[in-house]
Ligand binder design. Sequence first.
Ligand SMILES: [Zn+2]
Length: 76
Amino acid sequence: MIVHYYCRHCTADIGTIDSSSLTEEQLGIQTLSENEKQEMVSYGANGDIRIQTICENCQEALEENPDLHQYDYLIH
Ligand SMILES: [Zn+2]
């Protein structure tokens, strides 16, 4: 099972891990609420997992411009 992490804001590919030895608990998926899971986690047809997160660049940008958070909220 391959897990792809990508940025939800700029869609940058953050990283890919082969999680064949990991469980969803270890990936932190279990700590997400159902809503967060639906929003952040998707499963590919081949069993891959795609997790939306945020990259360092966007994290910094959001910290410098908190208004962007509102914008992000609005477009959802
Ligand atoms: Zn980003």
